[in-house]
Design a protein around this ligand. Sequence first.
Ligand code: HEC
Ligand code: HEC
Length: 405
Amino acid sequence: MTLIRSPLRGRLALPTVALLAAALSAGGCGKPVATFQANLAYLEVQRRDTGNVADATMQNIAEVVEGLFGTPDDPHLPRLESVDCNEVLDIQLLQMAAGSVSREEVGRPHGLYREHCVHCHGISGDGMGPTAGFLNPYPRDYRAGLYKFKSTPSKLPPAHDDLKRILYDGIPGTAMPSFKLLADDELAALIEYVKYLSIRGQVERALIAEAASELDEGDLFVSAEGGEDNRDLVAEKVSSVVARWKSANDERMAVPERPDYTDEELAESVRRGRELFHGKLAQCSKCHGETALGDGVQNDYDEWTKELKPAAEGFRETFVDNNLALAPRHAIPRNLRMNVFRGGRRPVDIYWRIKIGINGSPMPAASPLLDDEKIWDIVNYVRHLPFEAASEPPQKQPSYQRDRL
Ligand code: HEC
Ligand code: HEC
């Protein structure tokens, strides 16, 4: 089967759902083979921007990526001199999560990802499993390597413990469930598989981008004839993706100790936090609204959607109708009066959200001018917000509102 199904040159051979159904229906006459879907949405974006990346080059990228990472039933790790992938991914754990669902006699499970995650996150980790279209927010597309709720600096991948916490607690207020009832080694295997899908997806994206910007028409990354090719570029891309995942665990942001407030000091901190929330330095109310109901700027998109340029002509026909992307939705700032915190409700979780921002969403990292004391003040205010009346008599309103009445 050819992996190239260019939306510009005819219909897709197989929509994701059909592919999944084929991949999941075990038994019958011979086991169906599960395949990773090529990242055609990203290919399309690059083609639209540069006009480059011939079908033959994309076919070559698909082969190279399969050579490096294997298939959903038989994952393996790139064997390259320049980088030791075993330092980032454990192949034995990966094998527990990969493949079709089964348990060996000794009770060691297989196929955990397909058992627990695939119907939302998709076999390739594209966030487009059969259930995905019905959910809001949509499940994460792991292939860009972007994660929202983490403790590492803005553009770095999450640390192992960030993913562990997500699997343990789920993401409250969304469809992402908690998996805390799974055994520790099963959780570890699933974390490993998420990282694997991300690293695989990021390498695929990097090669597509490279083909679009650097390669000449018809050039290949690896040629079977053993002639001139661009193997070094492939190794370089894999190394840089793997190196970022490796460094993430060492780069967690240190959290300064939260002051030990008396009741009065806490009330004072909440008051300062309220002023900051509405002030120019923090600009929280620009998006979250004067009321903090999340009714400020509402017409922005998250990064996954934004890069597809949903306003471009023919977007729906090319992307949505061809099952390359889910229908775009705006990224709505959180209603902070709901007392639901997707990334966790401990003070430290909210500290990280404000300090680092929410990667991939419009929520920015805090201005460097907001020192730690100010961030704790805002954290205290955010935690207090659900219990503060939205509408108080004018004399009880904070001064910034009173002045306007
Ligand atoms: C019922 C659907 C559903 C299932 C099943 C599901 N997820 Fe999710 N998952 C989601 C949604 C929805 C989000 C996005 C939430 C958001 O953006 O706030 C998400 C997000 C995530 C994230 C991203 C967290 C971040 O910080 O950005 C990870 C990692 C994740 N899921 C892993 C898994 C794993 C592993 C499994 C299986 C063990 C799984 N999910 C099963 C719906 C699901
Ligand atoms: C440019 C718009 C924008 C600005 C400015 C902004 N936010 Fe957000 N914020 C968002 C969006 C969008 C989300 C939802 C992100 C998501 O989960 O996808 C969000 C989510 C949040 C959350 C929810 C975290 C969770 O775990 O559920 C908190 C808390 C928050 N913002 C606080 C703040 C504070 C405090 C400030 C000011 C320092 C601020 N925001 C500034 C857009 C913004």
